[in-house]
Design a protein around this ligand. Structure first.
Ligand SMILES: [Zn+2]
Length: 362
């Protein structure tokens, strides 16, 4: 297949053609200069690296109802908030089916990987692994040890099962707990992430020391706080739809101005389906609504490029012959490609060049 139009990857948006053979990129160049001399079917569109969902809680897909009234910190507070009651009251099979349905929907959207903050300790991580079986998505599990004070044995076993630890927030945990967990993650080459300044502003020193690999939200962070985050080189995952449901937004414009490493995530699956394209559209449009516009390029990078860089797999975000990327072809107008990505992508415009998407299970 030959796609003529544009490429959007780690090197930015540009006019290009891309030739595929068996789902892999074999040739990239300036439109009109391909080697096929008209022998191949041409598709007009945009070629992108497969997106990565930078922050999910897929376990909560067991609920799809409008959340009850009240502040989000009460709804999702461990160990007894609404969300934890839902998880505790749902059976294993029910949670597994809900996670599999969510992952299947993500795969149909072309998502290649997800960074999931998985509750419920080691059993929660194991359930997530089981849910991923047979679905072409790489699941990165950020588990949460449940015992306090931290039980070394539980933490060690969790770090064998998971890619890292994802905590509720700095203010929900003792400093000693955060230090023990962060240090254990470092020692084992695992990642340490936590939610920060979501409902109320927290002082940056509380979530930057010990230094995490990933912060989530920062909706209440001041520009100075964001400067501190940038100074430590810590990546930030933002979830604008989830935040908007509770009346707040991340300052995407300042994040862009400071050059923060931004990942886009869909957050709690009980609030929204894990559609990264919807998240991207909302992020773009809401930033303009607030008169704090962030560019389409910056936001699209948060779905397609920055997560690969964060994972240490930057080459997967490059559309080039021999690259490990598993690209998507989007049947969209190739003019102004970043704008198309931020406004027009749906499952229906995705053309498969590699493996077919899984069938929906329910
Ligand atoms: Zn979260």
């Amino acid at each position: 297949m030959l796609v003529e139009g544009a490429v959007f990857d780690i090197d930015g948006p540009r006019p290009a053609y891309v030739r595929f053979r068996r789902g892999r990129v074999v040739e990239v160049g300036t439109p009109g200069t391909d080697s096929t001399r008209g022998r191949l079917r041409k598709v007009r569109g945009i070629v992108v690296p497969a997106p990565v969902n930078g922050h999910t809680h897929l376990g909560d897909a067991v609920s799809v109802r409008e959340p009850p009234k009240g502040p989000v910190e009460e709804l999702v507070a461990p160990p007894s908030g609404y969300k934890f009651q839902l998880l505790a009251n749902a059976g294993r099979a029910e949670k597994l089916a809900a996670m599999r349905a969510a992952l299947t929907a993500m795969a149909r959207d072309g998502v290649a990987a997800t960074l999931d903050f998985r509750e419920e300790g080691i059993a929660g991580v194991e359930l997530f692994r089981e849910a991923l079986r047979g679905i072409p998505i790489r699941g990165f599990a950020f588990g949460r040890p449940v015992r306090r004070p931290v039980d070394r044995e539980e933490l060690d076993r969790l770090l064998v099962a998971a890619e890292g630890v994802g905590l509720s927030s700095a203010r929900d945990e003792e400093e000693a707990t955060r230090r023990t967990i962060a240090q254990a993650c470092r020692l084992r080459g695992k990642r340490f992430g936590l939610h920060a300044s979501e409902a109320v502003r927290e002082p940056p020193e509380s979530y930057l020391d010990p230094t995490p690999d990933l912060l989530v939200h920062l909706t209440k962070a001041t520009p100075d706080d964001l400067v501190a985050v940038q100074g430590e080189g810590v990546a930030v995952a933002v979830c604008p739809r989830s935040n908007a449901l509770f009346g707040r937004q991340p300052d995407l414009r300042t994040m862009e101005r400071l050059g923060l490493h931004l990942l886009l995530g869909t957050d709690n699956a009980m609030f929204h389906p894990p559609s990264l394209w919807s998240e991207l559209q909302f992020a773009y449009t809401s930033s303009r609504l607030l008169d704090r516009p962030a560019s389409a390029v910056f936001l699209a990078r948060g779905a397609l490029v920055e997560p690969w860089v964060w994972l240490g797999e930057a080459e997967a975000a490059r559309i080039a012959p021999g690259s490990p990327a598993s690209p998507l072809v989007l049947r969209l107008p190739p003019e102004d490609p970043a704008y198309q990505l931020a406004t027009r992508v749906t499952e229906q415009v995705i053309v498969r060049v590699g493996t077919p998407p899984p069938r929906p299970r329910r």
